[in-house]
Structure formats: structure tokens, C-alpha cells
Design a protein around this ligand. Structure first.
Ligand code: TPP
Ligand code: MG
Length: 576
């Protein structure tokens, strides 16, 4: 299938001449052919025409018509080993390319496998569409094969979920799904595709094909009056952005906003919230803020619900938010301390705030400096280079060996996943391109993320750090990476423990009551080699650097299985 990418085969397929993606030449060549097409053809060609060509999928009875319809289009099917991995890949693809990701799975159990992964994309505000095959409409309620209320299942994990009801509408359903995924706070959308609609043959008429505008997000700009209110003077203001503003372009926007207004602008995308080690000692300055502008940042557990002592009891709030329900939430939680609110998209609102910044009263510079220093704080006890010892590797040593590979190319991508080990690279490595599993706090996506990252970034290093427990969730995707020749380096911090949970047991119940979190120091490197990748066992810090070099040079999907000290993740406070 991969070979089909970009292949000029449009002359082989009948497309409607008024469909905007069909060149007149292609129509000339095909108009003599049958004018009947299948519902599956409508979907495949609509995806192709909209430029949504990378499809993360796993086959199944209900979607084979779509596999067939993909032939002769520009679609590239990347077929994987677990449906959740397909969703994680679509998620990472969206975060890195800015496109809407597309995952395609079969009905019933295939769909059920995919649903859990939607939660990661939902919390990460990542736009994707999950297309799932579905029992035929005329068999529903009669005990159809793999019949399930699929849209109902997906709904809590998506922005919208529905089952297509007419083959004629399939192209428009897709456009609508993409539009919803990309509008407001971006996120996943689900569309179930009954088998009979995919196989139904119908006349090819212009009404079948959505126009490009139907895919475009609906914009909610910020009014100037609201922008000026948000920039009204405060002594110690903070702008907080959510995951939408934590992509590479989102972070650049936050930096421009801070420079233009003098107000520190901070992106939050970690389930560790105010303890996110990539934010240093941010919790200390958060507690001193007198005004918090929630710029698409939901008022939730990541902010400890903005209650004292984490946020001052007199602190005021402004909510600039695409979702009215989340503005209501701030109103309920903070009462009259919610000074102003506006329904607006986060990125567009940031641009508006920058444009209006000249009118703003700038806060004092010492405050901005204080915030910057708190965020930059890392303990002086963390040496720049940790000396090699004969002991197991410390997570900082693991990070130091990765750093030069990220520094060598500004397009390099770092992926951080669960649990304790994943916090260390977030604390000490800050490449321009980074994906973390995100606010959902769901472990396991790292290897699927790395595969999608390699598809989005063909050259620069892709390095994924994860725990040994996390590696186990999607290790079969090494097979996918080998089949598609997609090299990356999985750096597995192997402490033979579900350490994040073990640390909770130590803190809350005591060492003598810790159980159910032990793993084996298993040879995950041999899993990678067995599946055709490159694998190495690393037992000391001194071996780490050369092993990284060889892994990158192998140009294969690689696993460094690093025997790691079982230490807790850092929580950074200057006065602790
Ligand atoms: C899907 C999912 N299952 C379980 C958890 C709970 N959980 C969070 S971190 C963690 C341990 C991860 O272990 P490992 O990947 O080995 O990393 P370590 O903490 O040992 O560094 C677990 C079980 C979760 N967050 N998500
Ligand atoms: Mg572990």
C-alpha cells in the first residue's frame, strides 16, 4: 500500500467532474466508465481529496470495502497491531502536522479496542476522526455479527459520535466530523460506518462531494473589547494555556504573547499539573498570582482546582475559552472572582491579545523575571554530567545520553510516556518538538507516537522515553515500524517495576505493604530484535552514549533496554 502514496492513478477511477478535487483531465479519462460508485469510494476519495491521506488502521470484515476503495487513491494505509495504537498514531500525527488525524478500525471489538485511546487525544486536545466499521443497518437488532452501540460507547471519549445513516451522506459526514474535530477546543470525533452503506452502489452526482469549506473549522474570534479587558492591569498576572497551546506552534505563540504583553504565558499539558517538572518551581509563583487568564486552559485538577494554598484566595480570573460549559465551571468555582469571560478559540485569542497589547498596562518586569526564574529552576544537586558508576543507570544519566541527539537537529522529536522515568526527560530536555502522553495520564502511547512521528518527520531523530511497564502495552508495534521501515529509538527505563504506583504505595502505605507492582528485568531489547529491529541491553551509564549512537546509526526501529535505578520522579520546589 505504501508504494501507492502519490501514485498517479486518478485515471483509473471515476470521479465526479464537479467534485472540486477531480481534475477535468481525470474526468475525461473516466467518464466513459460506470457512473455507479460505492459508499466506500465516496469516503476514500473524499479523504484523498481533503489531503487526509495517512490512514492508521487495522483490518476487519466491516471495513474491507474501504480497503478496496483505497486502491487507486492517494491514501496510504499504515496497518498496525492493535486498534488503540492506530488511534494513538492518528493523535500524534495531528499534534505534529496540525492536520486532522484519521484512524480506521473494524466494528465491535476493534472499535472497543480503539475507544480507550480516544481519551488521550481528548485530554490532549488533538483533532482526529475515528472511523469504525459497523454492523449493517438491516441486521441491527437481529443479532448481527459484532453488533454494538458503538457511537454510545465512543461519546464520552469524543467531542461528537454518530452512526452514518445514508450512503449519500458519507462524504458530508466525514467533512462534518473533521470540522467538529478541528473547531473550538480540538479533539477526537467518531463516525460509525454500517457495512451496507459502504457497499451500497449509487449514482455519482455532485451532491455526494463535500466542498473544502465544509472541512474548515468554525472560528470563534475574540472581540477587541474582551481582549482589552483581559489585558487590564494586574501586578502579578499569569496567562495559562492548555494543550492546544503546547504544540510547537502553540508554544511559539505563547512566547510571542508574553513578549508583547509582558505577562508570563505558560502552557500546561501534563497530568502532573503544577508539579510538572518541565515547569520547574512554577507552583511557587502560581501561589502569588493576583490575576490568572485561563486562555483555553480548563479549570481542573491540574491546577489543584485553583484553590488555596495553590492559588491565592483573592486571586481573580478571566476565562477566554472555546467551551461555554467550562466558563460556567469557573463561574461556579470562583463566583465573583471571575472578572470577565469570552467564548473564543485559544490560538486566535492569543493573536488578538498580541494585536491589542500596545493598549495594555504592562505588569512590572520583576514579576516576569521572577516567574521565568521559577520555571527555569532545576536543583544544583543535578550535576551537568553524572559520573559513571558500576550501579544501574540514573534517569538523569539516561537523559544526558539523549540530549546530543536532540540538539543535533532542530526537527528532532522527543516523546515522553509513563510513568516516573518519563518525568525526567521532561525536566531536563526541552527540544522544540515534543509529545507527552498528556493530561489524560494514560500510559502506553509512546511507541505508536514514535511511529507516527517518524511518518511526519522523515529525517531528524525520533526518541521515545518510557518505562518498562509502559513498553509492554504496545511493544508489538515494533513489527509495524519494521514493516514500514520507520526508524526511531525507544529508550526503556527498566526498573522492573510499575514505579509510579510503587512510589504511591511507599508514601501512603509503607514499604512493607508495597505489592502488585513488581515486574521482571525483562529483555525488551530482544523483543525488538525478534521483530526485526535493533536492540541493546544497557547496564551502566558509560554504555548509554555509545548505545544511543549505534541505535540512531542502525536506521532501524531500536530499543535500548536500560537497567534503571528505581527512583521517584522529581517534584521541584526551591525551598523544599
Ligand atoms: C492506561 C493506564 N494504565 C495504568 C495507569 C497507572 N499507571 C500510571 S504510571 C504507571 C507505572 C508505569 O510504569 P513504567 O512504565 O514501568 O514506568 P515507571 O513508573 O516504572 O518509571 C501505572 C501503572 C495509567 N496511568 N494508565
Ligand atoms: Mg518501570
Amino acid at each position: 500500500m505504501r508504494a501507492l502514496k502519490g501514485a498517479n492513478v486518478s485515471g483509473l477511477v471515476a470521479r465526479n467532474p464537479r467534485h472540486r478535487y477531480c481534475s477535468p483531465d481525470a474526468w475525461e479519462a473516466t467518464s466513459a466508465m460506470a457512473s455507479k460508485i460505492r459508499g466506500a469510494d465516496i469516503l476514500a476519495r473524499t479523504l484523498d481529496g481533503a489531503g487526509l491521506r495517512t490512514i492508521f488502521t487495522l483490518s476487519g470484515n466491516h471495513i474491507m470495502a474501504l480497503f478496496d476503495a483505497a486502491l487507486g487513491t492517494g491514501l496510504q494505509l499504515v496497518h498496525v497491531r492493535h486498534e488503540a495504537a492506530a488511534v494513538h498514531m492518528a493523535d500524534a500525527w495531528a499534534r505534529l502536522t496540525g492536520q486532522c488525524g484519521i484512524a480506521l478500525v473494524t466494528g465491535g471489538p476493534g472499535h472497543a479496542n480503539a475507544v480507550g485511546a480516544l481519551l488521550t487525544a481528548l485530554a490532549a486536545e488533538s483533532p482526529l476522526v475515528l472511523l469504525s466499521g459497523h454492523a449493517a443497518t438491516h441486521e441491527l437488532g437481529r443479532g448481527a455479527f459484532q453488533e454494538l452501540p458503538q457511537a454510545d460507547m465512543a461519546l464520552p471519549a469524543t467531542k461528537a459520535a454518530w452512526t452514518a445513516h445514508s450512503a449519500h451522506e458519507l462524504g458530508r459526514d466525514l467533512a462534518r466530523a473533521v470540522r467538529i474535530a478541528r473547531s473550538g477546543r480540538p479533539g477526537p470525533v467518531h463516525l460509525s460506518l454500517p457495512l451496507d452503506l459502504l457497499e451500497q452502489k449509487l449514482e455519482d452526482t455532485p451532491a455526494l462531494w463535500p466542498h473544502a469549506a465544509e472541512f474548515a473549522p468554525i472560528s470563534q474570534p475574540l472581540a477587541d473589547r474582551a481582549a482589552d479587558a483581559a489585558l487590564a492591569g494586574a501586578k502579578r498576572p499569569l496567562v495559562l494555556g492548555g494543550p492546544t497551546l503546547c504544540t510547537t506552534s502553540g508554544r511559539a505563540l505563547l512566547r510571542r504573547l508574553a513578549a508583547a504583553t509582558g505577562v508570563p504565558a505558560i502552557g500546561m499539558e501534563s497530568p502532573r499539573g503544577i508539579n510538572d517538572p518541565s515547569l520547574g518551581a512554577f507552583a511557587e509563583v502560581l501561589a502569588q498570582a493576583d490575576l490568572i487568564v485561563l486562555l483555553g486552559k480548563s479549570h481542573d485538577f491540574t491546577l489543584r482546582f485553583a484553590d488555596p494554598p495553590f492559588v491565592d484566595r483573592a486571586c481573580r480570573f478571566i476565562a477566554v475559552e472555546p467551551d461555554a460549559a467550562l466558563i460556567d465551571r469557573v463561574g461556579k468555582e470562583k463566583g465573583p472572582r471571575l472578572m470577565a469571560s469570552a467564548i473564543a478559540d485559544a490560538a486566535e485569542a492569543a493573536e488578538r491579545l498580541i494585536a491589542r497589547s500596545l493598549r495594555a498596562v504592562r505588569p512590572s518586569e520583576p514579576w516576569a523575571r521572577e516567574v521565568a526564574e521559577a520555571i527555569a529552576y532545576r536543583p544544583s544537586s543535578w550535576p551537568a554530567r553524572v559520573a559513571d558508576t558500576a550501579e544501574k543507570v540514573h534517569p538523569l544519566q539516561l537523559c544526558h545520553a539523549i540530549a546530543p541527539h536532540l540538539a543535533q537537529d532542530r526537527n528532532a522529536i522527543l516523546i515522553c510516556d509513563g510513568g516516573e522515568v518519563g518525568q525526567w526527560p521532561q525536566a531536563v530536555l526541552a527540544p522544540a518538538r515534543r509529545i507527552i502522553n498528556g493530561v489524560a495520564g494514560s500510559i502506553g502511547a509512546a511507541i505508536p507516537f514514535a511511529i507516527a512521528a517518524r511518518l511526519a518527520e522523515p529525517v531528524a531523530p525520533v526518541i521515545a522515553v518510557m518505562g518498562d511497564g509502559t513498553f509492554g502495552l504496545h511493544m508489538a508495534e515494533f513489527d509495524t515500524a519494521v514493516r514500514y521501515r520507520l526508524p526511531f529509538v525507544a529508550v526503556v527505563g527498566n526498573d522492573a517495576t510499575w514505579n509510579a504506583e510503587y512510589q504511591i504505595q511507599l508514601r501512603q502505605y509503607g514499604a512493607d505493604r508495597a505489592h502488585g507492582c513488581e515486574l521482571l528485568p525483562a529483555r525488551y531489547d530482544l523483543v525488538a530484535t525478534a521483530l526485526g529491529g535493533h536492540g541493546e541491553l544497557v547496564t551502566t551509564a558509560g554504555e548509554m552514549g555509545p548505545a544511543m549512537q549505534r541505535a540512531v546509526a542502525s536506521a532501524r526501529p531500536a530499543c535500548l533496554n536500560v537497567m534503571l535505578q528505581r527512583v521517584p520522579a522529581p517534584v521541584l520546589r526551591r525551598n523544599a
